[in-house]
Design a protein around this ligand. Structure first.
Ligand code: ADP
Ligand code: MG
Length: 588
């Protein structure tokens, strides 16, 4: 039952809604018994006074049956109205809290949880709680209140008949208990896991279709998705099979109460002194049994539904509670813009080798430092530790005088610009895309940023200039153009610290030239950590760090490193060869 309290926590000031709804639902269920009792009274009147039935009494009972039935319906309607209000409240609040936390997640969180998966988890589980609160809980209240009344009624007239009704019910409940034990909770978890896996794969599959098509990979790409579906089917199938026998027995017994009742009734009738009275009693029990059976049937799914609702709340709460970054309660401001890595090591969750290992280096305010190294050597990881994509395992990342953990997220985000390979542009106007960098920027500032980022010709080409919606009506920008818009955004943001990760990858030569110009504008006067894609942009760096296997292998300026005749010289020679090769190829 503590699930109800957990859900109440999302109810804010409307905590009264749910209890009121449950109370009304309970009352309504008591009133559904009343018409049956009145109908039985009519039968009784007809049987006992069969010579001369009191017509006015019968009419009176009839009206009472109708009246109580109407009251029951009205109460149920009110109960559902309140429960729906409560459910919407919880659903909205759950989504709100989830979103609120998700925006405060460390960025690394989104590496492991695709946006499709996050959306699914929050959406599906919020609506599971909706069904539970709006429909199942009022039904639960109704069911719980009914047996008490039924028990009283059952024993009120003839305990022997009462017992005859109750015995099968008891057996049925026992079987139900056994069935609940089969799989039960652990099954629900597995079931939801499988469902989630299938949904995630579906989203990934759809998202991957362009790539699938380009590489003609139908069978391979389908494999994960297909496996998720067959796993799901297999599991549900296995689970269902084990219920085959107990379920049939259970249903037979519940629906078959009357088969016990009738023989016992006949037995009683044969030995009865007052034949009519016993017959009237038997009819009473026969009228009531269907209601009893129905109540038990409804209650059968409760344990399941409660488990489902609990799982739903768990899933949302796990998703959002797992990894919110610790935020210092007394955040410190960023006073100056130097960066310092002090013996930093970091291992990705679930991996056993360190992605970076005891890294130490300093970028003085205003200096430009470049990371180079083979793929997988740890460059991106280092860059991402600055904006706290993840927190370090050991060592410190310091900006100015303070550990990044002591700086508030807001301050950190305001002072650091990152430009990554796949900077996303939002499906909105170009102007709004730019203003994400700086909401209060004037038009003049926007124009200036566009010029500095070499975006002028992009704007002029677009039908509605800055007001053009990206991604709408065939307005798409090439990768290089998107990159330049992203740089314009960063320029507009004008943060004193700039982190660039392979910002020029995937661009064609013309774009490359424009992007280099835009990068220069962006980096001017800033503290910069850059991951170089092409070594040509490295030459002017204040310091170059050569990474290998998560460690700093060499460190120095371009000429120093060349003279070192180590890893860097090797990379430089290879780079020169590839450039000459390109030039030769273009000359042909
Ligand atoms: P680089 O940018 O130099 O190519 P990375 O910093 O991306 O290198 O990767 C360093 C190491 O960490 C690699 O071994 C890589 O496989 C691993 N790695 C990178 N990103 C993740 C991630 N999100 N989860 C797990 N391991 C990762
Ligand atoms: Mg990288």
């Amino acid at each position: 039952m503590n699930i109800i309290f957990r859900l109440q926590a999302y109810m804010g000031k409307r905590k009264i809604l749910l209890p009121s709804s449950l109370l009304l639902a309970g009352l309504s269920s008591l009133f559904t018994v009343a018409p049956l009792v009145f109908i039985w009274l009519i039968v009784k009147e007809l049987l006992t006074n069969n010579k001369n039935p009191a017509n006015d009494m019968i009419a009176y009972y009839g009206w009472c049956a109708l009246g109580t039935a109407l009251i029951a319906i009205t109460l149920y309607f009110l109960a559902l109205t309140l429960s729906h209000l409560a459910a919407f409240r919880v659903e909205v609040e759950m989504r709100r809290q989830a979103m609120d936390k998700i925006v405060r997640m460390p960025l690394g969180f989104f590496d492991r949880n695709t946006s499709g998966k996050i959306r699914k988890i929050v959406d599906d589980n919020a609506s599971t709680t909706h069904t539970f609160l709006a429909h199942q809980l009022p039904d639960l209240a109704a069911t719980l209140s009914m047996p008490v009344l039924l028990l009283v009624l059952l024993f009120m007239f003839d305990w022997r008949l009462g017992l005859a009704t109750l015995l099968p019910v008891f057996v049925a409940m026992t079987i139900m208990g056994i069935m609940m034990g089969l799989g039960g909770k652990s099954f629900m978890r597995k079931y939801l896991d499988a469902l989630e896996q299938m949904n995630t794969e579906a989203v990934e599959y759809v998202r991957g279709i362009p790539i699938v098509k380009v590489f003609q990979q139908t069978v391979y790409s389908f494999k994960n998705f297909h496996k998720a579906i067959t796993d799901y089917r297999e599991m549900v199938f296995q689970y269902t099979l084990q219920f085959e026998k107990p379920m049939t027995t259970y249903l037979t017994i519940v629906q078959g109460i009357v088969y016990v009742l009738v023989p016992v009734g006949i037995l009683l009738l044969t030995s009865a002194e007052n034949y009519t009275e016993v017959l009237v009693n038997i009819i009473f029990y026969i009228i009531l049994t269907p209601l009893f059976a129905q109540t038990i049937m409804r209650s059968m799914h409760f344990t399941q539904n409660i488990t489902l609702a609990k799982e739903a709340v768990d899933r949302v709460e796990n998703l959002i509670s797992a990894e919110v970054h610790s935020q210092s309660s007394h955040p410190k401001p960023i006073s100056s813009y130097g960066i310092n890595f002090n013996n930093v090591s970091f291992t990705y969750p679930g991996k056993d080798t360190k992605a970076i290992d005891s890294i130490s280096f300093t970028i003085k305010a205003g200096q430009h430092v470049t990371l180079v190294g083979a793929s997988g050597s740890g460059k991106t990881t280092i860059a991402r530790l600055i904006p706290r994509f993840w927190d370090v395992d050991s060592g410190e990342v310091i900006i100015g005088a303070n550990n990044v953990k002591e700086i508030s997220n807001k301050e950190l985000m305001q002072n650091v610009s990152f430009v990554f390979q796949n900077n996303k542009l939002f499906k909105t106007t170009l102007l709004e895309n730019l203003r994400y960098g700086n909401e209060s920027a004037s038009m003049k500032e926007v124009e200036r940023a566009l010029d500095r980022a070499q975006c002028r010709e992009i704007i002029e080409r677009l039908p509605q200039g800055l007001q053009t919606k990206i991604g709408a009506e065939g307005t798409y920008l090439s990768g290089g153009e998107q990159q330049r818009v992203a740089l314009a955004r960063a320029i507009l943001k004008n943060a004193p610290i700039v982190v660039l990760d392979e910002a020029t990858a995937f661009s064609d030569p013309e774009n490359e030239h424009l992007i280099q110009k835009a990068l220069k504008e962006l980096m001017q006067g800033k503290t910069v950590l850059m991951i170089a894609h092409r070594l040509s942009s490295v030459v002017e760096s204040d310091t170059i760090l050569v990474l290998s296997g998560g460690k700093i292998a060499e460190k120095g300026r371009h000429e120093e490193l060349l003279n070192n005749k180590g890893l860097y010289l090797q990379m430089w020679n290879e780079y020169k060869k590839s450039v000459e090769w390109t030039i030769k190829k273009e000359a042909v």
